[in-house]
Structure formats: structure tokens, C-alpha cells
Design a protein around this ligand. Structure first.
Ligand code: S3P
Length: 452
């Protein structure tokens, strides 16, 4: 347990380099592990989730050096020594993936095409998250998967959860229209497709982050994109790039400071070397619509990366409410909790449409944020409209310090730190140790920017 107390911040000033992007880092290392040759990755983030990916790949026989071995260095570079798509070996024991959903779901895609059996298990929160969205299409491709099935008597539906036993198989290609917009599920299918006979077609209901597609292209996979459809050819070996690849900074981590700079008077924060991938920039587009003063500049650094990279300058502003449509949600899914804080202090009404996916994150982020923000005197409600859930927030003049909870969820914890700094009085958060899941440097960066 690590309780944390915030008091009002008077201004934020300065510059930070956010940690390497968690989503991209998982993908570089997993795709590197399936390729031929040595993949060298710079600015690899030292967070818990990425550590679970490294550990899982090591258990699958992949040699990875230079991670915790040189964690004292500012920008750790890691080396992945791989032997191609079939270079993995059967682990002696079940693999534990912590609470890292990306590690788990992407690995399921990889393991679907191997010729051995693996048991995967996880921590408490990931064991509560639904898996049928990924096990169902992988079974359609031919993977043999056993999971813990639970019937929901009320809704007459069944769902699947960890632990999962997966036995790889000879896979066939499929044409799959995804029922949920999920980059993790899409990525699992694209990775499994590398092992399938023929061309797999994946159709997304709404475009989600496209890091996997970009990285697969860099590694010379046979991949083609056409609007919301991805075609990927099976049977081709991936080739590691000869140059070091760089993980750009994580916009989802930067989001907390972009929001803080926008809502705390007299602030100016420069965030350096962040991924400016349009599929992740929903937070910037929405904050700008709310009246935020944010400038982006790209920097051609000469580094090899699959992402557009640049700087973000955020200054104080007076925010007003906005409508966030369902189709925008995947581009800011992880930033919704902190946007709820911004909306609580904005003039007028903000509506977040179709946010039901928030219920199946590390915690139910609709419940966690509603409970916390209400305790701080925010005006927030959730409404059903057909199948869709909408959050409506009426901005208030001030948030009031209160006792709140992280629910062991990193993004709820960091959002409540932001809310506490913008509130009157003290805010006591029960436990912020979960922040190390994605952003171990968060409190240090906060100290730099608040000069405390
Ligand atoms: C992620 C995709 C999103 C996101 C998660 C990371 C990824 O999850 O919320 O934090 O790396 O692909 P879903 O695919 O479940 O939407």
C-alpha cells in the first residue's frame, strides 16, 4: 500500500520526457521475438507490464538482454535475439503475465500458431477481464483453447476468463469482422495470421491504434491496409531491421500532464519526444475542442521508429464542455478517466458517448471515476441509451479535496492525483503503488513540474 496526499498545485512549469510508449514497446519486443535476427530497441520503458512481456518471452526461450541489466541508464536499450516464427520453445511451467492485458492477448495470438501447449495465468484484475473476444476468433483459425467459462444467467450469455490453456495448431486464415473495437484483439489476430495458410482479413468496426500494423510493415510482413480492413499473408518470415528502433514517448502517460497544464492556472508544460500517431491523439483533439491551448510540433530526429514523433506544448486555458462521439472512443480509451477530471472543471456539459468498454479495463473505470469524482463534489452521471452507455458531466466551479480510492488501477490513481492537484483542500488516495504498471516515474515528473 502506498497512500498519497495531494494539495492544490499553483502552477506547473517545465519539460519532461515521458516514458516509452507501453503499447508500442510490447509490440516491438513480441514482433522482434518472432523475426529472424537481432532486434535492438531503444527507450524501452521500465514499467511492470512490459516487464511481464519480457519475462514471458524469456520463458518461451527467447534471449533478451540489456533490460534491468542497465535500468540505471536513462534510455535503456534492449536486445532481442530471435530465430524466426518457430524459434520459440515450450516453457517448463505455466506463464504468469501479471495484470498486463496486452501481454496476454498478443501472446495468445503468437501461441495459437506454435506446436506446443502453454498455460497462462494472471493477477486478480486481469483474471476478471473477458477473453472470449480473443479466444473465439483464434479458435476459428484452428487454435485449441480451454478457458474458465462462466455463464451469466441473467443475460443468458457465457464469457471466458483466465487461466487459459492454449495448444497451437496448423492455422487457417479467416475473414473476421470484429464485434468490439479492440487493438489488443486485432493484434492477436494479426500475429496468429503470420502462422496461417493464406491471407487473413480483419475488419474493424472503428479504427483502433495501428502500432501492430506499422511494426509488421517494418519487419517486412505481407500486410496491406484499406480503410478499416487489414489483409495479412501467412507463412512469411519477419526480418529484424538492421538499425536500432526507438520507442517514442507515451501519449497516454503524457495525458496526465497535458490535462494538468490545461486546468491549473499559469502553467506551461513541454512534453518531449512523444508518439503523435493520429490513432492515439483523441485526447488532444478533444481537449482542443474544449478550448485547451495545445501545440504540437513534429521532430525529424533521424531515429528509426514506426511512429510520427514530436513535442507537445500545453498551457493553461479555460475549458468548456464538449461532446465526445462513440467513434472517437478508441483513440482516447485510456485517457477517458483524466478527461472526466477535465470535464468536471469545464464550463457547461460534457457528454462521453458509448464508453461501455471502460467497464472491462483494470477496474470498472465508470464506477471507479464516478465514485471518486462524486466524493469530490463533481456532477457526473451515467445513462443507458439502447446498448450504449454515456457519461454526462456538468462542470462545477471547484472540486473539493476528499478521500478517494485507486481501485488498484493505475489510470484511476493518476487521474485522482490530477483531480487532487486541481481541487481545494487535501485529497487522500488510498494506494498509488499501481502506478508502476505504466508510469513508475510519474510522481518524480510531477515533482519536477510543480517544483516541490
Ligand atoms: C491496448 C489497447 C486498448 C487499451 C490498452 C492497450 C493495446 O485495449 O485500453 O491499455 O496496447 O493494444 P483494448 O484493445 O482492450 O481496447
Amino acid at each position: 500500500m502506498r497512500p498519497f496526499v495531494t494539495r492544490p498545485a499553483f502552477r506547473l512549469k517545465g519539460k519532461i520526457f515521458p516514458p516509452g510508449d507501453k503499447s508500442i514497446a510490447h509490440r516491438y519486443i513480441i514482433i522482434g521475438a518472432l523475426s529472424r535476427g537481432l532486434t535492438r530497441i531503444k527507450n524501452f520503458p521500465a514499467n511492470k507490464d512490459c516487464f511481464y512481456t519480457i519475462q514471458a518471452l524469456r520463458k518461451l526461450g527467447i534471449k533478451i538482454t540489456g533490460y534491468f541489466d542497465n535500468a540505471h541508464k536513462k534510455n535503456p536499450t534492449i536486445n532481442v535475439f530471435a530465430k524466426g516464427r518457430f524459434g520459440l520453445t515450450k516453457p517448463g511451467r505455466p506463464i504468469f503475465v501479471g495484470n498486463s492485458g496486452t501481454t496476454l492477448r498478443l501472446l495468445l495470438g503468437v501461441l495459437a500458431g506454435q506446436n506446443f501447449k502453454v498455460i497462462l495465468h494472471a493477477g486478480e484484475s486481469l483474471s476478471r477481464r473477458p477473453m472470449l473476444r480473443v479466444t473465439r476468433p483464434l479458435r476459428m483459425m484452428g487454435a485449441k483453447i480451454e478457458a474458465r467459462a462462466v455463464k451469466n444467467k441473467k443475460e443468458g450469455k457465457s464469457e471466458e476468463y483466465l487461466p487459459i490453456t492454449i495448444k497451437g495448431n496448423k492455422l487457417n486464415s479467416i475473414s473476421y469482422r470484429m464485434p468490439v473495437a479492440s487493438a489488443q484483439v486485432k493484434s492477436a489476430l494479426l500475429l496468429a495470421a503470420l502462422y496461417a495458410k493464406g491471407t487473413t482479413k480483419v475488419i474493424e468496426p472503428v479504427k483502433t491504434r495501428d502500432h501492430t500494423e506499422r511494426i509488421l510493415k517494418l519487419f517486412k510482413a505481407g500486410i496491406k491496409l484499406k480503410q478499416n480492413t487489414i489483409y495479412i499473408k501467412g507463412g512469411k518470415e519477419l526480418i529484424a531491421p538492421s538499425r536500432v528502433v526507438t520507442v517514442p514517448g507515451d501519449i497516454s502517460s503524457a495525458a496526465f500532464f497535458i490535462t494538468l497544464a490545461s486546468i491549473i492556472p499559469d502553467s506551461q508544460v513541454l512534453i518531449r519526444n512523444v508518439s503523435l500517431n493520429p490513432s492515439r491523439l483523441g485526447i488532444i483533439r478533444v481537449l482542443k475542442r474544449m478550448g485547451a491551448d495545445i501545440q504540437l510540433s513534429t521532430n525529424e530526429s533521424g531515429r528509426l521508429t514506426t511512429e510520427p514523433m514530436g513535442n507537445i506544448l500545453a498551457r493553461s486555458s479555460n475549458l468548456k464542455g464538449a461532446i465526445i462521439r462513440k467513434k472517437e472512443i478508441p483513440s482516447l480509451i485510456d485517457e477517458l478517466p483524466v478527461l472526466m477530471v477535465a470535464a468536471s472543471l469545464a464550463r457547461g456539459r460534457t457528454v462521453f458517448e458509448g464508453v461501455g468498454e471502460l467497464r472491462v479495463k483494470e477496474t470498472d473505470r465508470i464506477d471507479s471515476m464516478m465514485e471518486n469524482l462524486k466524493r469530490m463534489s463533481a456532477n457526473i452521471g451515467v445513462f443507458k441509451e439502447g446498448k450504449s452507455e454515456n457519461i454526462i458531466i456538468e462542470g462545477v466551479k471547484e472540486l473539493r479535496g476528499a478521500r478517494v480510492r485507486s481501485f488498484a488501477d493505475h489510470r484511476t490513481a493518476m487521474s485522482m492525483v490530477v483531480a487532487g492537484l486541481a481541487a481545494t483542500g487535501a485529497t487522500k488516495i488510498d494506494d498509488i503503488s499501481c502506478i508502476s504498471k505504466s508510469y513508475p516515474e510519474f510522481i518524480n515528473h510531477l515533482k519536477i513540474l510543480t517544483n516541490r
